[in-house]
Each structure stands twice: as C-alpha cells, then as structure tokens.
Design a protein around this ligand. Structure first.
Ligand SMILES: C[S@@+](CC[C@H](N)C(=O)[O-])C[C@H]1O[C@@H](n2cnc3c(N)ncnc32)[C@H](O)[C@@H]1O
Length: 257
C-alpha cells in the first residue's frame, strides 16, 4: 500500500483542536515551547535589530510560531495545506495573511521575498521528497540577506531519542520512528543552496519516564547551551540558515618581472 504523504496528515476534521490541546497539556511540550520562544526571540534580536522583518511562517498550522512573531514584524504571512489547522490560526492571528496552499506543488508566493522564514515541526516528519521540495520552494522565497529558521525535534544524536528508537523498533519491527541528524539538517540546507550558520539546543535532557521539573530542565539547557559541541546530543535543535555565499575567484593580472 502506498504511504500517505505528510501533506495529508493534518487535514482531518478536529486535528487543529487536537494539536492545540497537545501543546497545552504535555509538560515536555510546554517546556520545549518556552525554550523555542526564547530562542526565536534571541534570533530576532541578533539578526534583525533595526530592520523591517517580512515573515513567512511555512507549515504554520494553528499559528503557534506566527502568533509569537506577528506583532514583532512588519508583515506576516502563514501558509499551510490543512484547513483544520488554519481554522485555529484564523481565530488567533490578527495581523497575518493566512493562505491555504501547497507551495511545493505550485509556488504561488513567487516572486515575493521574505527575510525571515520559519518552519517548525515540519521537516522531521515530512518524507524525503516533500522535505526537499519544501526547502527548495522556501529558498526561492528567501531574500538575499534573509534567514530560514527551522527545527528538528527528534535529533538522532540524542541518547533519549536513541533509546526511544530502540524501544519503538522492539515493539514495531516494521515501523519507523522519524529521526534526523545534524548532518541530515546540513545536507537538507545545502541541497537548496543554503548553509546552517548557527544551531541552538532546546530540550537537552529528556530521559524516558524520569520526571524532571521545569526549572531543572531550564537550568540544564542553560548549562548545556554554553558548549556548542553538546548540540548534537540535544533532543530538539533549532537551526539558522542563510544563502550560501558564493566565493568569487578574482583573476589577478599576471605579474611581470
Ligand atoms: C506538526 S504541524 C506544525 C505546525 C506549526 N509549524 C508548529 O510548529 O506548531 C505540521 C504542519 O505541516 C503542514 N504541512 C504538511 N505538508 C505541508 C505542505 N506541503 N505545505 C504546507 N504545510 C504543510 C501540516 O498541515 C501541519 O499543519
């Protein structure tokens, strides 16, 4: 039987409400969301202070990321293929142009340009064909001096994800838990002419069945975030990408003796 594309996964009635409830009820998700907000705002300050921001939130879903940003940017656009998810986004968002479309099939946003593109909780779960189509379409919409920010919430380098994967395979030998490594994130970006310039960790310590308080998790993230090389062990990663700079080889005149 042909596998259904991730494009279809959030389209059923009620999915938007389900997704909202998931974020509000799960302790780990609430912790991750608090860290993601901090990091996104830090990125905004670091790369966009003094600049007008034109935001595209790709696969915006119920508008989680868009809502955080819409009052901090000059223009805000959200796209998604799911009417069910967008129905919730429409209730929340006030300053965002919301478009139900699949830019991987037809990039109707061309020739517009955006200098901040966000794509959260999308690439990990999208099948390879959709991943590459999406990042290609986004690269076409990214301004010359713009940044694409995306996350990977099941980093295969994390010991907790390794454990969960092993457990999952034991229970479902034919099943596949979606995981993605930092190298795969880099390859994804590079395939679209982009380069990852920074990676932030959010959600470093997540041992299964061990309750860890919100405050302790924050302290661990804060300490682990001081050492770049620890990124590869974090469960959730946030990458900042920009266009790969072309190094122009200048032809120097031949020197005469
Ligand atoms: C897990 S949700 C993430 C929503 C939001 N970005 C967030 O972080 O809360 C993934 C979203 O990707 C959307 N999606 C799947 N394929 C898509 C495509 N080709 N174009 C736009 N959105 C797509 C789904 O409809 C769903 O709303």
């Amino acid at each position: 039987m042909a596998k259904i594309s991730y494009r279809e996964s959030h389209k059923y009635e009620g999915k938007g409400d389900e997704y909202e409830a998931y974020y509000q009820s799960k302790t780990w998700q609430r912790f991750l969301w608090s860290r993601e907000q901090e990091i996104i705002l830090r990125i905004l300050e670091k790369y966009f202070t003094g600049r007008d921001v034109h935001l595209l939130d790709f696969a915006c879903g119920t508008g989680r990321i868009t809502e955080l940003l819409e009052n901090r940017v000059k223009t805000s656009t959200g796209v998604d293929v799911s009417g069910s998810m967008l129905a919730i986004a429409r209730e929340k968002l006030r300053r965002t142009e919301i478009i139900e479309t699949d830019i991987t099939a037809e990039n109707i946003l061309k020739p517009r340009k955006f200098n901040l593109i966000t794509a959260f909780r999308f690439f990990l779960n999208a099948e390879p064909e959709l991943r590459f189509a999406a990042i290609g379409a986004l690269a076409e919409l990214l301004d010359e001096d713009g940044y694409l920010v995306f996350n990977n919430h099941q980093n295969s380098g994390s010991p907790w994800i390794k454990l969960r994967n092993a457990h999952y395979r034991k229970k479902q030998p034919d099943g596949v838990l979606n995981v993605m490594s930092i190298e795969q994130m880099k390859n994804l970006a590079e395939g679209a002419g982009l380069e990852i310039i920074e990676v932030y960790l959010a959600g470093f310590f997540h041992p299964p069945k061990v309750p860890v308080s919100f405050c302790l998790n924050r302290a661990i993230d804060w300490a682990a975030g001081k050492f770049n090389y620890l990124n590869r062990f974090s469960e959730n990663l946030i990458a900042v990408c920009r266009r790969k700079k072309n190094i122009k080889m200048e032809l120097l005149p031949l020197s005469t003796p």
